[in-house]
Design a protein around this ligand. Structure first.
Ligand code: ACO
Length: 434
């Protein structure tokens, strides 16, 4: 709360109303309009939440103009270079980085829960083999609530914590199972002596006849992908999880809603869409065709977008994109793919776009998805699985945000209002007379 207020006046002679202005620790102040309807009988109108803070939060802070991303106050650049994903999970869930004893205890808890109920295999069998992994993941994550009825009470902090650990532990197993099912290979059980990222890669790439050879550069790259995608304040999928959980549903169901939202190409599906876009340009002639592609993107009559560019909040270079670009170099170098034509095409396209007036004037810069697809492709992840991996990484953020909401004494079921522009009351004309 500040000692400042904001007064709203009306041109129709209605009396002005005053609202408190609230300040966060950093970032824009907010005008607390919770009493607006009671005082005026009016709602605010803000489609897409362009000017609306839907909650207060202590987890993630983004300064979109500076290109800054902080988890619990720590810059993403430091977390990505000094911590591993499970340390970041601890930070997001409990507010602090673990010390070495806490790290061992937390990793131990997570690894104890990496297996899924054996019945999950039969559930998975109901899907077509060619189903999109995000369709499968939406089903599998939602189904977890049927397997763990002992941790579905959202209002019990202990049960929420157990669900959080279960979700973080089981997401890699489920994503790997979805992949193995799609290619008709046997599922690989988790190995708890491996790191979180190495275990995931082994479940993806090992077979019963050939184990997975750990390449530290690739494991580090995967771990970094997880860290960079772990949370991003009140984005569409996180807001979906909050809204869904606000009804008191169970954590697994709420996270399944987040997975469904993330699937969209304007959100988590962008890395897949970005790689497909690069393939298209390559198929049409590569770098020589970038000009034609950019012209299409700028054409007001076309719906083509430069995927991996632009962000609702970042009006500067997405800091995650810089880290992902660095990882991209490391991975391609480690795999001897430095001359990879797709990567070169991506670099050329980025260079042209960041200097082009259309993108400069709209403050459109590469986002994390611009490079994450190339990294994942190089690691051997099939393109349709990219968004599923994003959902794996984002699960901790969703859970941390959900826990924060439920523990907030001001928490209420989310219930937006509307500006109704449809037909007013009328009577049904009997069928014969219509
Ligand atoms: N390519 C071309 N033009 C774009 C792009 C793009 N990628 N992004 C925005 N624009 C243009 C819009 O057409 C609009 O132009 P106009 O003012 O002439 O009408 C202007 O830039 C502003 O764009 P908005 O759509 O208002 O921006 P908004 O904040 O609503 O959208 C979004 C952000 C959805 C991410 C958008 O930039 C986009 O679709 N980007 C491509 C998809 C993508 O990469 N998504 C990943 C987001 S990051 C993540 O989820 C991890």
């Amino acid at each position: 709360m500040t000692d400042r207020t904001a007064t709203l006046t009306f041109s129709d002679g209605a009396p002005p109303v005053t609202f408190p202005v609230l300040a966060g620790t950093v970032g824009p102040d907010v005008i607390d309009i919770r009493t607006l309807y009671a005082k005026t009988g009016k709602f605010t109108y803000d489609t897409g939440f362009l000017s609306t803070a839907s909650c207060n939060s202590t987890i993630t802070y983004i300064d979109g103009d500076k290109g800054e991303l902080l988890y619990r106050g720590y810059p993403i650049e430091e977390l990505a270079t000094k911590c591993d994903f499970l340390e970041v999970c601890h930070l997001l869930l409990y507010g602090e980085l673990p010390d070495s004893t806490e790290k061992i205890a937390f990793s131990g808890r997570v690894t104890k829960h990496t297996m899924v109920n054996e019945q999950m295999q039969f559930f998975l069998r109901g899907f077509r083999r060619d189903a999109h992994p995000m369709a499968v993941m939406t089903g599998l994550v939602g189904a977890l609530s049927a397997f763990y009825p002992d941790s579905i009470n959202l209002h019990d902090a202990n049960q929420r914590d157990i669900s959080a650990i279960r979700l973080i532990a089981k997401m890699p197993t489920l994503v790997a199972m979805a992949y193995k099912y799609s290619v008709g290979q046997p599922y690989m059980y988790p190995r708890n002596d491996l790191s979180y990222a190495a275990n995931f890669m082994r479940m993806m790439f090992a077979t019963p006849c050939e184990d997975f050879k750990i390449n530290e550069v690739l494991v580090r790259a995967m771990d970094r992908i997880f860290i960079l995608h772990a949370d991003h304040e009140q984005n569409a999928s996180t807001s979906t999880v909050r809204l869904c959980a606000s009804s008191g549903t169970n954590p697994f169901a709420a996270i399944a809603a987040g997975v469904a939202c993330l699937w969209g190409p304007a959100h988590g599906g962008a890395n897949e869409a970005c790689l497909n876009m690069l393939y298209d340009i390559q198929a049409q002639g590569g770098a020589a065709k970038i000009g034609d592609f950019i012209a299409k993107v700028k054409d007001k009559n076309s719906t083509v977008k430069l995927m991996g560019f632009g962000h609702r909040v970042y009006k500067n270079y997405d800091p995650r994109a810089k880290l992902m670009r660095e990882t991209c170099y490391e991975v391609l170098d480690a795999l001897g793919l430095g001359d990879d034509p797709l990567f070169k095409l991506a670099m050329t396209l980025e260079k042209i776009a960041v200097e082009d007036e259309y993108f400069v004037s709209r403050k459109l810069y590469p986002n994390v998805d611009y490079y994450s697809g190339i990294v994942q492709k190089a690691i051997g992840i099939p393109v349709p699985l990219f968004t599923a991996i994003f959902s794996l990484a984002r699960t901790v953020g969703w859970i941390a945000q959900l826990n924060e909401m439920i523990a907030d004494p001001e928490y209420k079921i989310g219930r937006p209002r509307q500006l109704f522009t449809g037909q007013t009351r009328r009577s049904v004309v009997p069928l014969a007379q219509r």
